[in-house]
Design a protein around this ligand. Structure first.
Ligand SMILES: [Zn+2]
Length: 353
């Protein structure tokens, strides 16, 4: 789904690519996507205010184009919703965050085939291939792969215990510090390879940074319950209570909306021009990738009977997406109540990144 406010010449655009729902059991991430789209639909001034930003954040939003994949792993999610609450892989049994062609297929000593499966070859999986081709064509300035399992803000690298160095590494570090300070003070920051406790090979974020040269490439881990039993994956990766759910969803949607405002810390990102205010609020080029639903069907689902202009197309998409996410999240909670196996509390050893 593409989302922008106003008409922005390509050389002034801040292109932000956000990917959600890569691992099936991390249901909460797609709810953040739905909330973000609703937030953006309120216009740049309201979105900037709700995201905790000021005039600079609003100006950054006015020249931003978001490309949002609300649910990458449709097949895996379907299996989770039918009861396999611990599944992280896709519908074909591959972890698409191990399927990218950077250090692909390397197995650590503690490799767990249930958790990680790199696929038959790099980009054997349609999800990874589609993302790669879209990223290659669109050339974003920022990429965020949104996961759950812990609370952390990561830059590359996942396959070695190191972070990028030099002026660009310093810029990434400054962006992480700013996001942590405002949006997640208790988040671990650094690189996945150094902080998670294991190295991960063939990940999307490493490829996007190294092979596609996206200046700001990150993985966000937005939630984790370390007291959950090993078999209680719904609780481990998703908040249970309404209050906590609301806090997680609203705060991370705000962090996503605030991201354009901190990108100028990186030298390879277009900087704001003097007096740049952007144009009139409008939606441009929005296309929903929600199966074969027609705008009319989506309007009915959203309860609207208006003529379809681009703005109502956006509103309908957001309402439908929010409805789908809420319904499936509730069904996950019900399944959990019916009883996944409850074992004694063990150390949380689940893979997150
Ligand atoms: Zn994950």
């Amino acid at each position: 789904m593409d989302f922008t406010h106003g008409r922005v010449p390509p050389e002034r655009q801040l292109r932000v690519f956000l990917n959600f729902g890569e691992h099936g059991r991390e249901l909460i991430t797609s709810d953040v996507a739905a909330r973000l789209l609703r937030l953006l639909a309120g216009g740049p001034a309201a979105a900037a205010r709700l995201s905790g930003g000021g005039v600079a954040a609003e100006r950054a939003l006015r020249r931003s184009v978001f490309k949002v994949v609300p649910l990458e792993n449709v097949g895996g999610r379907a299996k989770v919703e039918s009861g396999e609450l611990c599944l992280r892989k896709n519908g074909r049994g591959v972890d698409t965050n191990r399927n990218w062609d950077v250090h692909w297929g390397f197995k650590e000593k503690d490799y767990d085939p249930y958790e990680e499966a790199a696929g038959a070859r790099p980009f054997s999986e349609p999800e990874a291939l589609l993302l790669r081709d879209t990223l290659q064509a669109w050339r974003p300035h920022a990429w965020v792969n949104v996961h759950s399992g812990m609370r952390a803000l990561f830059v590359p690298f996942d396959h070695v215990a190191a972070v990028p160095t030099g002026p660009k590494g310093d810029a990434l570090s400054a962006i992480l510090q700013q996001l942590k300070r405002v949006h997640c003070p208790d988040c671990v920051i650094g690189s996945g390879g150094a902080q998670v406790g294991y190295l991960a090979h063939g990940t999307a974020t490493d490829y996007v940074y190294l092979n596609l040269s996206v200046p700001v490439a990150m993985t966000w881990e937005i939630y984790g319950d370390l007291m959950a039993t090993r078999d209680d994956c719904f609780r481990m990766f998703n908040p249970l209570g309404r209050t906590e759910y609301e806090q997680v969803v609203s705060s991370w949607a705000a962090a996503c909306a605030a991201l354009p405002g901190v990108l100028a810390l990186h030298p390879d990102v277009p900087q704001p021009g003097p007096g740049e205010q952007g144009g009139e609020v409008e939606f441009q080029g929005l296309r929903a990738r929600l199966g074969r639903r027609t705008p009319a069907a989506m309007g009915a689902a959203a309860g609207g009977a208006r003529a379809w202009g681009s703005a109502s197309w956006a509103a309908g998409s957001v309402a439908l997406l929010a409805g789908v996410a809420a319904a499936s999240y509730a069904s996950g909670r019900r399944m959990r109540r019916r009883g996944t196996a409850q074992s004694s509390v063990e150390e949380n050893e689940k893979q997150s990144v």
